[in-house]
Design a protein around this ligand. Structure first.
Ligand SMILES: [Zn+2]
Length: 275
């Protein structure tokens, strides 16, 4: 059996329900769960270091510059809870830059703890389950951050693992993983999942996207497929060819008899083998 996790990043208080519904109705109707890496308290004035506003703010032009707790958008929260195919996992806190660094790309333990715990609190206050999984904004975590994550979460999903970003005591596990050529690994009960890049991205050619996904899924036991909802609506209009590829992906995944789309939490609850 092969396993796939669909991870869509950057759902936040200012995300239109219609965007998620347009993208994921075919998944939900086929019984394929979708994990939404959700920003607990998004800031509406996040700009990339190069200048432009963050893509996940595509639908929020004119919103006052402040933080927006996820629970503030009651309609969105209801929609997410009404559709149990969605699983909410924690994606940072404000998803912002502090100076030129991303919000977890530093070793200020007190600040990291504050962001992690407030983020979880906002998700709980909105009525979601306590998240077992953490996704770092921009894939940037430091050794201090990893230690604090391991105290709070059972699963960490990121693009890749580099030695300099991990606590020293985690290095032997990282070496073993490299020797065994394994994409995922465990450290003291925490499942550490990498992913093969954002295969569902407008930066990649649409024509070969599904084939790339198919190859990727077949090449490992568990594949985390990452996308970002706002990329499908980035110019304020629906990118129909891109949406079509996503829906073809749903059809492909549903048609495979030896493949199961799971949630992050299934890894621990159903003891899914990582590799
Ligand atoms: Zn993000």
């Amino acid at each position: 059996m092969k396993y796939v996790i669909i991870r869509d990043d950057d759902t936040n208080t200012l995300t239109p329900i219609e965007c998620l519904e347009t993208l994921y109705r075919p998944f939900l109707d086929k019984g394929l769960p979708v994990c939404l890496a959700t920003i607990p308290n998004v800031r509406s004035d996040v700009c990339l270091p190069s200048g432009p506003r963050e893509g996940f703010l595509v639908a929020s032009k004119g919103a006052a510059a402040r933080a927006y707790p996820i629970g503030e958008n009651a309609k969105l929260v209801h929609y997410l809870k009404d559709n149990p195919g969605y699983q909410i996992v924690q994606h940072g806190y404000h998803h912002e830059f502090v100076g030129t660094q991303t919000e977890f790309d530093h070793n200020n333990r007190a600040d990291i703890i504050r962001r992690l715990d407030l983020g979880t609190r906002y998700l709980l206050e909105a009525g979601f389950e306590k998240p077992k999984t953490f996704v770092a904004p921009y894939d940037r975590v430091t050794p201090v951050g990893y230690r604090e994550l391991a105290r709070r979460f059972e699963i960490i999903s990121t693009g890749w693992f580099e030695r300099a970003r991990l606590p020293r005591s985690w290095w032997p596990g990282l070496v073993m993983r490299k020797l065994r050529k394994q994409p995922h690994w465990r450290h003291q009960g925490v499942s550490l999942l990498s992913h093969p890049g954002c295969l569902l991205s407008y930066h990649r050619p649409y024509k070969t996207m599904l084939e790339e996904i198919r190859r990727s899924v077949e090449s490992r036991n568990l594949t985390v497929l990452v996308t970002h909802w706002w990329e499908f609506f980035r110019d304020g209009e629906n990118d129909l060819p891109f949406i079509q590829v996503l829906h073809e992906t749903a059809a492909f995944l549903a048609a495979q008899k030896d493949l199961k789309v799971i949630r992050f939490s299934d890894i621990v609850e159903q003891n899914i083998p990582l590799n």
